[in-house]
Design a protein around this ligand. Structure first.
Ligand code: FES
Length: 334
């Protein structure tokens, strides 16, 4: 027997209390029962993954359900979370239960060695690992083997599925906001129509397009439609005639969604008339139609042409002059 094998022998007298055998070590029926329990836990994990996949593919993202404790909640996200939690929780629980009830339970000693083990020790380690795998009894316990294979296989699928979130490209979605010719600008929050006199020179307001009664504004709408309204003195604009005609008495409107990576452009410096995106410091010059003067953004913020309707409220003259949001593959970034 080699030195290393001798070191991994069960201790005959390790100075510990007498080793108590588990029920599953001495009772084949108990072992069989534990095997079934482990298999059930792995199967529950597999069901969790199936729930996750089902929710991801077949439950629409805006499906709402009523739950007693949570009130109305989003079913898509709820079942995604529950499915993944079940998959990971039960696979962990199954592995722990398997280790505690069925895997070898005797004490071994491994003496301290040099940092690099001797070649024969390394070979012995490999042999021990193989021996341990054999002792884990996968070959003898086909139920565990199959249910573990199923659970691991399905859990492994989850990240592959999430790759789908990298696409598809937004295609035409960002070209189509709720801004149309004649849409009133309303305060956000508050939903009140705005007259030019409501915004004093130097002022900034966040607005949304007015929705017809009964139409619900979803988060996607808010993300795409958010507009910053800024008022400066008309003579401070440095715009061509067309862009100047998109402003109204010194009021100019830009998409609030940064053209770099889509953060909210939320900081306005009144003295310099610069808009700043807090994410990566892209800076846009309000007087020059939000031209980029600093930072990684590659194009100006889209401008919304505005005017007033016959009741004197600010309205859009036309949809945005280009797609809102960040640049993406296949889209001109200039
Ligand atoms: S998202 Fe605005 S600068 Fe990056």
């Amino acid at each position: 027997m080699s030195e290393s094998n001798r070191e991994l022998e069960p201790l005959s007298d390790p100075g510990l209390p007498e080793h108590l055998h588990r029920k599953t070590d001495v009772d084949p029926l108990a072992a069989k029962k534990a095997e079934r329990q482990v298999s059930i836990l792995f199967t529950l994990s597999a069901l969790g993954t199936i729930l996750f996949v089902y929710a991801y593919i077949w439950i629409p993202e805006d499906t709402l359900i009523f739950l007693p404790l949570f009130n109305v909640t989003n079913a898509h996200q709820l079942f995604l979370g529950l499915g993944l939690a079940m998959a990971l929780f039960f696979i962990g629980l199954g592995a722990v239960h398997w280790a505690k009830t069925l895997m070898p339970d005797h004490e071994v000693v491994d003496y301290r060695k040099e940092q690099r083990s001797k070649d024969e020790d390394r070979a012995a380690f490999v042999a021990t690992v193989k021996d341990g795998a054999a002792q884990a009894g996968l070959g003898r316990r086909p139920l565990i083997k199959r249910s573990l294979g199923l659970a691991l296989g399905l859990v492994g699928l989850s990240p592959i599925l999430l790759l789908r979130d990298l696409g598809p490209l937004p295609e035409n979605d960002l070209n189509e906001t709720n801004w149309k010719a004649g849409t009133r600008l309303v305060t956000d929050p508050g939903d009140r129509p705005i007259r030019p006199s409501d915004l004093e020179v130097g002022g900034v307001a966040q607005v949304q397009p007015e929705f017809p009664a009964g139409k619900v504004r979803h988060l996607d709408d808010i993300a795409q439609d958010s507009v910053l309204l800024i008022r400066i003195r008309p003579e401070e604009f440095n715009l061509d005639a067309e862009r100047l005609s998109w402003t109204y008495e010194g009021i100019i409107a830009f998409s609030k969604i940064c053209s770099h990576m889509g953060c909210a452009v939320a900081l306005y410096e009144q003295s310099t008339k610069h808009l700043l995106c807090p994410c990566h410091q892209s800076t846009f010059d309000v007087t020059r139609a939000a031209k980029v003067i600093f930072g990684p953004a590659a194009r100006p913020l889209p401008q919304l042409a505005i005017t007033v309707d016959n009741e004197g409220y600010l309205v859009a003259k036309a949809p945005f002059n280009e797609a809102v949001g960040p640049s993406f593959w296949g889209r001109d970034s200039g």
